[in-house]
Design a protein around this ligand. Structure first.
Ligand SMILES: NC(=O)c1ccc[n+]([C@@H]2O[C@H](COP(=O)([O-])OP(=O)(O)OC[C@H]3O[C@@H](n4cnc5c(N)ncnc54)[C@H](O)[C@@H]3O)[C@@H](O)[C@H]2O)c1
Length: 342
């Protein structure tokens, strides 16, 4: 990797975006050793100031261009809405800054490719926030698969159900259930099993007519045929009465691994003929460790002069797969992933 931090022992950081997800990441940045958060930027000045305090940063800004250009900035952390990622990544890359950005780079393939070309020309390291790759369960599953413990992979099964359906205004611009909710499972399919050749998807409005009114579905099923012949399924739902419901199973010739959200509180109450435990309410609680570890890994890679990941190419391929599933559902036919090229 050609890029290097000015002082690998103390990496200068400019953080942009202090909203819902940004506040989680800013609290992490404020506690990470080996970095110095120079500024927090949000176009809302009150959010920028609140974020500055969370990250223990030196300055608050409202203009990303000012923050990125400041002396001493090695890396830019971007946690703004998806529609702004491409332009902010390019701004940082052109200034020679390393980039960590929330997923996805963009909602379209052409824009994502343009960003890849810009960061490629700038030669800066880029990591995208597919945080499940840093969850201890998925990391352990990956290590066992890579070590050959499962033998040939036969099937992959992922279940993702949000506890509470997002509001219709959010869903209207989310890109649909397969992109918005399914993208993490599709990234895991690629991470754990490999590239997908063909997909088939069905969706239905079974719970909330307001979801149908904005052109989305609240329940979705996708089938995956991997290039190496393995088969997979993905089940998505927008509501549960029992909490955040995330499960992944990889079955091989010799063993299977299951990654499942453990209970939130380490207590089980048995009474009568049943046992009760609790669940995580949503992703910040279930994946708290992954959210922290992905940022720690990014800065550790920069300090060591190594390439961080998952990088922009992974983001592009996972987006292509999610768009293939979305097209299969929209057009009611199987879609080969290589069809998605626009
Ligand atoms: N990895 C995950 O599981 C996960 C979960 C939730 C959200 N996300 C991603 O995080 C990103 C942010 O989501 P959120 O829920 O925090 O959004 P949000 O709307 O709560 O916060 C975005 C913040 O960015 C600020 N902002 C907007 N445009 C800006 C600009 N050009 N310059 C500076 N500040 C700007 C807004 O004022 C706001 O404070 C999205 O891309 C989303 O996909 C990822």
């Amino acid at each position: 990797m050609g890029w290097s931090a000015r002082d690998p022992g103390m990496i200068g950081v400019a953080a942009i975006g202090a909203g819902r997800m940004g506040r989680t990441h800013l609290a992490t940045l404020g506690a990470l050793p080996g970095i110095r958060v120079l500024s927090v930027t949000d176009r809302d000045p009150a959010a920028a100031e609140a974020g500055r305090r969370l990250a223990r940063a030196e300055r608050a800004h409202t203009d990303p261009a000012v923050a990125v250009a400041e002396a001493g900035v090695d890396a830019v952390v971007i946690v703004t809405p998806t529609g702004t990622h491409a332009e902010l990544i390019e701004l940082a890359a052109r200034a020679g800054r390393a980039v960590w950005c929330e997923k996805p780079i963009a909602s379209g393939l052409a824009e994502t490719r343009r960003v890849l070309a810009t960061v490629g020309a700038a030669g800066v390291p880029v990591q995208i926030g597919f945080m499940r790759r840093y969850d201890p369960g998925y990391r352990a599953a990956k290590a066992r698969i890579d070590a050959g413990e499962l033998g040939r992979i036969e099937t992959f099964r992922a279940v993702s159900r949000d506890a509470v359906c997002p509001p219709p205004a959010y869903l209207a611009t989310s890109g649909g259930i397969f992109l918005d909710l399914g993208v993490h499972d599709l990234d895991l399919a690629r991470f754990l099993v490999g590239e997908v050749a063909e997909v088939s998807a069905w969706g239905a409005v079974l719970f909330d007519p307001a979801v149908g009114a904005v052109g989305d579905v609240d329940t979705g099923i996708a089938m995956l045929r991997f290039r190496d012949g393995a088969l997979g399924t993905l089940e998505l739902g927008r509501h549960t009465d029992w909490g955040y419901d995330i499960r992944t199973e990889i079955v091989g010739a010799r063993a299977k691994v299951v990654v499942e959200a453990e209970r939130r509180t380490p207590i089980a109450v048995s009474r009568g003929m049943g046992t009760a435990t609790d669940h995580h309410p949503s992703f910040p609680e279930r994946f708290g460790e992954a959210f922290r570890d992905q940022l720690a890994a990014f800065f550790a890679a920069l300090a060591a002069g190594e390439t961080p990941g998952p990088g922009p190419e992974d983001s592009l391929e996972t987006l292509r797969l999610a768009l293939a599933v979305t097209r299969s559902h929209a057009e009611g036919r199987p879609v080969r992933v290589e069809e998605i090229d626009g």
